[in-house]
Design a protein around this ligand. Structure first.
Ligand SMILES: [Zn+2]
Length: 419
């Protein structure tokens, strides 16, 4: 029965409707060059809420927002007491974002609800589509703020007090959005959830290169960021002999060169980035007295990350020369592994629908990495043109978007009916 319903739900997904909804949403915050700028908890996001709420009202779905601004659209199940199955992503974008990052997961989820209606399918558990607050981490830091609070990673009060560059707090921004687009309250974030599946564009070129349509995401790679500070001594550039110098820049450059060589693994799985590099006093006639740089490390295996950090510390010590140097932890997150059972379902439905799939790790962070702490979680990736994302040129085909939504539909039906 469930299998037939899963197939019927997948077949009821309409490619034209899903595409049209993307284009309607892309008009909200359109930048004029094909891109979208839809910052979290702004009047632009309130407009996106309003559009989603209109579509939901036309279908009779309940819409509500929790205290951190996560928006939920609920299609009832036959057992209203049952814990819901959740799907979704985010509607915010980077300032020069595209038409698919985030919004695809929300619209694919909404398409599933409509497909279930059209196919006359009633699931036992309710299915809810969620738009998580501030995933991109552009206006407010940290990113994935709404899903983090939902999963209990950060306390609600701390996150409501976070301010943007203009001093506006998350709490005030939420109040403003709710004034513009009033929706009922869902109360304190976090309620029992039976499972979560997030559809997203890949944001990388692997599916396209492999000629596959569905990425079965196995997890999210871990991340650690450190700051390295090298302290030397200011000195006259013309008058100070080499042996009397404490040149922080020469030492720092040796560290970076050694680190790049040491972490150049054969399999090319370690991601090392020196994204910020500051020299003081930054004057052509003065020997640099202080260099500060960030070291960003990504890898799916935490033991590898720990080893990278050990090597970083050893290299900094070995290459500091006459200077002093320190390594300080800034931020990070442990790698996340998704639920094998959810991955099996995604893989199985892709195969049943005749769609070529492949297992793949997510290099970027997503809301699903937090929700994985509270329920069985998985993600579905679909290809995006040349892997381009966070860019107005971000592109995906209507057929691929629909294919991902079909796999999502079948997976959600199975999860919503499972014991
Ligand atoms: Zn995203």
């Amino acid at each position: 029965m469930t299998e037939a319903a899963a197939t019927a739900a997948a077949n009821a997904v309409r490619e034209d409707r899903l595409w049209a909804r993307h284009m309607d949403m892309a008009a909200i915050g359109a930048t004029g060059d094909g891109g979208v700028n839809r910052q979290s908890l702004t009047p632009t996001e309130a407009e996106a809420w309003a559009l989603l709420a209109r579509w939901a009202a036309a279908r009779g779905y309940a819409v509500a927002a929790d205290a951190v601004g996560n928006l939920f659209v609920r299609r009832e199940g036959t057992d209203p007491q049952a814990r819901p199955v959740l799907t979704g992503s985010h509607v915010d974008t980077q300032p020069t974002g595209g038409r698919f990052d985030g919004i695809y997961g929300v619209l694919a989820g909404f398409e599933v609800l409509e497909a279930l209606d059209d196919a006359g399918i009633r699931t036992r558990r309710p299915i809810e589509v969620v738009s998580w607050t501030n995933e991109e981490g552009n206006r407010f830091q940290p990113g994935a703020l709404g899903s983090a609070v939902f999963a209990g990673v950060f306390p609600l009060a701390d996150m409501l007090a976070v301010r943007d560059a203009d001093g506006v707090s998350v709490a005030d921004a939420i109040a403003d959005v709710r004034r513009r687009t009033p929706v009922p309250s869902r109360g304190t974030p976090g309620f029992p959830v039976d499972g979560y599946v997030e559809a997203h564009i890949e944001q990388g070129p692997r599916l396209e290169a492999a000629g596959r349509t569905i990425g079965v995401v196995t997890g999210v790679q871990g991340h650690r960021r450190y700051a390295v500070e090298v302290l030397g001594e200011e000195a006259h550039s013309a008058a100070t002999p080499r042996r009397a110098r404490k040149d922080a820049l020469i030492a720092a450059c040796a560290m970076v060169t050694d680190l790049a060589a040491a972490l150049a693994d054969e399999a090319d799985t370690i991601r090392l980035t020196i994204g910020r590099f500051r020299v003081e006093p930054d004057a052509p006639g003065v020997v640099p007295a202080r260099v500060w740089f960030t070291v960003n490390l990504n890898h799916p295996d935490d033991t590898v990350l720990v080893d990278c950090v050990r090597r970083l510390e050893a290299i900094v010590e070995a290459r500091k020369g006459p200077c002093t140097a320190s390594v300080t932890y800034m931020t990070g997150r442990a790698p996340v592994a998704f639920a094998p059972r959810v991955m099996d379902r995604i893989r199985g439905h892709a195969s049943a629908l005749g769609l070529a799939s492949m297992d793949m790790l997510s290099h970027a962070g997503h809301d699903a990495m937090h929700i994985a702490r509270v329920c069985p979680t998985g993600m579905i990736f679909v290809p995006c043109l040349k892997g381009i994302s966070h860019n107005p040129a971000e592109s995906a085909t209507p057929a691929d978007l629909a294919a991902g939504a079909r796999v999502l539909a079948a997976t959600l039906v199975e999860m919503a009916d499972a014991d």
